[in-house]
Design a protein around this ligand. Structure first.
Ligand SMILES: Cc1ncc(COP(=O)(O)O)c(C=O)c1O
Length: 418
């Protein structure tokens, strides 16, 4: 994360001090670096430059409209998982042919929306969904472009919540159901096969798994040819790991090497990274409220809670924590806790930090993916602001919610009013 640096003991994001950002925008606030987003996109572009690979950003990682526009301008596509994400992607300017729609539970309305927009592919995850896509397309008098998502039944060494490509997970068709799906597609002209899809899971470190997955996709490609179907793409999904605390970046070159010379004629390879593009481009800026001692532990109570940043509570995720000002004195081992009424509201456990006092600022690093996107109003806490650093300026790209936003959509029956 080269965009976070220290100058004379104080932390800066790109060229702007975090003290200044906190003064302008308050805390907790997500701060994103456009520079870092470009850097990650550059890595992807360079790794796959000589290959027919197209990047489709997984919008779920961070759906902020300004970030989406930045990504759109870079020419990449979008992978969406709901009607909401589809509308967001369109609003940000992603052209329909650069959008694929995944997800196990698309409603008829969402399928209709995708068809109306004319997106590149509806990635179908079950036989009943295939029937529903065909029904909606037939009613509209159009042909639905379908990608079949298979469950590769591979077990990645990642958190169980993130192992979506493991056998028995809810995602995709079982391999044994593919023949039936192909037969259906051949028999019903309201659907056409445009590709195959799989997603191993998230935070995948081993390229070896992608090798096995690619073999599987190649088998499916050949199967489709034998069944006289002509798909256009093979989609390897996302999942490229980010080294949160230590380790090396995901070896994109190795992934490119395994594809080189092995992409069938006329086939485009899609990849759907989310975390890889935005995780390192975001931090969560938070302020220390209190420092307290409990049973021999030092707890630093900060103003960001699990409602603002869920990953540590949900996955036991560990993120780097940096003090905005390095105070002199020996570092102490502390736990960082938020204000939410849950024991799980622990942003960081046993981290070594220099002395801290109320009012100090901390930066939770590598928080750009699945950060704001997973935030909620739990404990009636308004969601944080989001700021984008772009070409030397800091732009507020989402206002902090206010308490009145908490009941924005609520109605009170007249007999209870007043
Ligand atoms: C179908 C699909 N594609 C892409 C992604 C993005 O994964 P990541 O952010 O780990 O790259 C996900 C994440 O859950 C997904 O479900």
């Amino acid at each position: 994360m080269a965009w976070v640096t220290y100058r004379e003991g104080a932390a800066y994001g790109e060229e702007i001090s975090f003290h200044e950002l906190a003064a302008r925008f308050g805390t907790p606030t997500y701060i994103y670096s456009a520079q870092q987003v470009q850097e990650s996109l550059g890595l992807l572009g360079r790794a796959f430059a000589d290959l027919p690979v197209q990047v489709f950003y997984a919008v779920k990682a961070n759906a902020n409209g300004a970030l989406l526009r930045l990504l759109r301008r870079a020419g990449i596509g979008a992978e969406v998982v709901s009607g909401g994400e589809l509308v967001r992607a369109r609003k940000a300017g992603f052209p329909p042919h650069q959008i694929v729609f995944t997800g196990v539970g698309k409603t008829s309305q969402e399928i209709g929306l995708a068809l109306e927009q004319g997106i590149r592919a509806l990635i179908v995850e079950s036989l009943p969904e295939l029937g529903e896509v065909a029904r909606v397309a037939r009613n509209r008098g159009v042909q639905a472009p379908v990608g079949l998502r298979v469950n590769p039944a591979l077990d990645p060494n990642t958190h169980p919540h993130l192992a979506t490509g493991k056998g028995g997970s809810k995602f995709g068709l079982e391999l044994s159901q593919v023949e039936q799906a192909l037969a259906y597609i051949r028999s019903d002209s309201s659907v056409s096969l445009v590709g195959f899809h799989l997603h191993l899971g998230s935070q995948i470190e081993q390229v070896a798994l992608y090798r096995v997955a690619w073999e599987l996709l190649l088998d499916l490609w050949q199967l489709a040819q034998r069944r006289e179907l002509n798909p256009q793409f093979l989609d390897l999904g996302g999942g490229f790991a980010v080294p949160y605390l230590a380790g090396s970046p995901f070896p994109l070159e190795e992934l490119a090497a395994l594809l080189r010379g092995r992409v069938p004629e006329g086939c485009v390879v899609l990849v759907e990274p989310g975390r890889f593009i935005v995780a390192e481009a975001g931090v969560l800026l938070t302020r220390v409220l209190y420092v307290k001692e409990v049973h021999g532990r030092t707890l630093v109570v900060v103003d960001a809670g699990m409602n603002d940043f869920l990953r540590p509570a949900l996955y036991g995720a560990r993120h780097p924590i940096w003090p905005v000002k390095r105070r002199p004195g020996s570092p102490r081992r502390v736990d960082l806790v938020g204000p939410v009424c849950e024991n799980a509201d622990l942003l960081a456990q046993e981290v070594e930090l220099p002395p801290l006092v109320s009012g100090d600022l901390l930066v939770v690093g590598k928080a750009g993916a699945y950060g704001f996107a997973m935030s909620s109003q739990y404990n009636s806490r308004p969601r944080p602001a989001e700021v984008l650093l772009l070409e030397g300026e800091a732009y507020l790209v989402r206002e902090r919610e206010t308490v009145t936003d908490l009941w924005h959509k609520e109605e009170v029956p007249p007999c209870l009013a007043g």
